[in-house]
Design a protein around this ligand. Sequence first.
Ligand SMILES: [Zn+2]
Ligand SMILES: [Zn+2]
Length: 317
Amino acid sequence: MRAALLTQPGQPLTVRELPDPEPDRGQVALTVQACGVCRTDLHLRDGELDAGHLPLVLGHQIVGITDDGRRLGVPWLGETCGLCVFCTSGRENLCLKARFTGRDIDGGFAQRTVADERFCFALPPDLSDAQAAPLLCGGLIGYRALKLAGDGGRLGLYGFGSAAHIICQVAVHQGREVYAFVRPGDESGAAFARSLGAIWAGESTAAPPTPLDAAIIFAADGTLVPRALRALDRGGTLVCAGIHMSQIPTIDYDDLWQERSIRSVANLTRADAEEFLALAPRVPVRTTVTTYGLEEAEEALSDLRSGRFDGSAVIVL
Ligand SMILES: [Zn+2]
Ligand SMILES: [Zn+2]
């Protein structure tokens, strides 16, 4: 098979010929049809997160076909121990021995992959492979972040990329008002957010027209934390949804006072996935994707770094 490999963090991915991976017990072999590109892939590529091994096949939003013809989605949560205090209390996303697709287990920037079938999911049949792929991280972890943001009606989304463009649709479907915050100068991003139902879209340095009940930060920029905190109403919740964030500046206690809270969201549980994948067709979630070939995986990451497309990037095989 051909695969785009991370051999050295900080260096471009290189496409090479590798032996097809052999499934272990409990694993299923898949022919990859499409694999979404996530900011986590970029963090691993850039060395901001440690790779589980090198060389590594990135990619954890995999749409594949089993050898007996079934279409399955493979998400970031690849394996859990099933035994630790977190696994046995409905919080397998926090498992002490979790292994993650595209970090600890070779992922989907390749023609073939293997995955533990207990962590794979059927996908909404009305979405193409490329359209379904971004649901597997942007959708699933975005949905977990939305749940942790609470039920408030006025929701801010900071960083309007793959996850936000999906979660905006879900939040609007739930009857919430979405306030979208984009990089300063990104007028196309603001227009894109309004086209998906955001009631307001503006620069991340701006204050929203009304205080927010909750905000989710999808961007990896720690300077957004105090800004988003100041956009919250009393009792509001700020959810940091990224796996990595630059340094958070000092915050004033006055901005946290009145029962505002800041929390992170980590990974996903299989229950999150089942809930979200049942909800997505009812919204219905429609993803906006820019597709790349396997040989263009590095270009996809570099376009993600510079914000060159709206919605999600997907490698199609
Ligand atoms: Zn991801
Ligand atoms: Zn565990």
